[in-house]
Design a protein around this ligand. Structure first.
Ligand SMILES: [Mn+2]
Length: 342
């Protein structure tokens, strides 16, 4: 699916908006924080003020994108402030999510109580178009940040000239590209490298971002990674599928912080025969499922059929409403079933 609807609608909605809220998804990643802060900096450049809100904390390595003067609000920590900002907004722009379920308990404030115009800018499959007034969706891009850069470049303020883009906006966009492609390992389209090249031309410091994003492990995070790989990884399906269990006991033992397991799901794919990998994380009342695959193995379908989720062909997620103790058997049986049907 290519871009839905006309970007002109977006610019006129922004023109007529006076209190704009920018919203990213729960467990925000680099593309969510990157696209929210990029939009914030772009709007600021064009003389518009906006507030940024995400449902819960984002990992420390993304704090380099958080504007000191006007920090991103965390709904879970500052619920009343956030509800007020959402209630006051006349335009709410959601970035990097396919629909309302991705903002957890913020959804009622945004979709039930608020009468603001709602915009979605996203690159996931099957966006929930009926929840928004304006949808700009393109799945043939690496990231929401890449899509956002294309939109911004076409805007009147930038007019196709990257040198007119402010550096904070360019840096936030670069962070989204770097994280959603896992440092250019996956989800690369020809446009992705072209866009990144433009960002370098603009003066984005890639070395700085690389170090902030990929070389900022705490010692306990590195130890957790080693522990999970040596003790908690199981290989099934004739050596082609691996899953890793991250339970609350290990979270506590290794002083787990949000984002500490970011990227762990990709690690088993480094094994030659592995075609699909899962990270199964115990959370409050559910098990969070992250899925990755190589080639044409479709984890989006697996996530939909067995894990109450979805996403992309090679990267999906979902939730299991069972205990962590039941999870290995459930996952193993689901995999057997899935491959039998395929
Ligand atoms: Mn994304």
């Amino acid at each position: 699916m290519r871009t839905l609807k006309n970007p002109e609608q977006l610019w006129s909605a922004i023109d007529s908006g006076s209190r704009i809220a920018l919203i990213g998804h729960a467990n925000p990643d680099g593309d969510a924080i990157g696209s929210v802060s990029a939009m914030y900096h772009f709007l600021k450049q064009t003389g518009k003020q906006a507030s940024m809100i995400v449902p819960n904390c984002f990992p420390d390595f993304l704090s380099c994108l958080n504007p000191a003067a006007d920090p991103i609000l965390i709904y879970r920590n500052e619920t009343e402030t956030c509800r007020q900002v959402i209630a006051d907004a006349d335009l709410i722009i959601s970035l990097d999510m396919s629909g309302p379920s991705r903002i957890d308990d913020m959804a009622d404030a945004v979709f039930t109580d608020s009468r603001a115009r709602k915009v979605l800018i996203d690159h996931h499959l099957s966006p929930v178009v009926e929840a928004y007034d304006i949808v700009i969706s393109d799945t043939d891009v690496s990231s929401t940040c890449e899509l956002l850069l294309s939109l911004i470049l076409e805007s009147d303020a930038i007019g196709g000239d990257i040198s007119r883009l402010n550096l904070d906006c360019a840096t936030s966009i670069a962070a989204g590209l770097l994280t959603d492609t896992n440092n250019f390992a996956n989800s690369i389209f020809p446009s992705t490298l072209e866009r990144f090249s433009q960002l370098l031309q603009r003066g984005v410091d890639r070395d700085y971002l690389y170090n902030e994003i990929f070389c900022s492990y705490s010692a306990s995070r590195m130890e957790l990674m080693g522990h999970l790989l040596s003790e908690k990884m199981t290989i099934i399906q004739d050596g082609t599928v691996a899953f890793i269990i991250l339970d609350k006991a290990d979270k506590e033992k290794y002083s787990f912080h949000t984002g500490d397991s970011e990227g762990f799901v990709n690690l088993p794919l480094k094994i030659r025969k592995i075609r699909m990998s899962a990270l199964l994380t115990e959370d409050d009342g559910f098990v969070k499922v992250s899925l990755r695959s190589k080639g044409d193995l479709d984890v989006n379908r697996f996530a939909r059929e067995y894990c109450n989720g979805g996403g992309h062909r090679n990267a999906s997620g979902g939730r299991l409403y069972i205990s962590i103790a039941e999870t290995p058997d459930y996952f193993t049986n689901s995999i057997e079933d899935y491959f039998k049907k395929a």
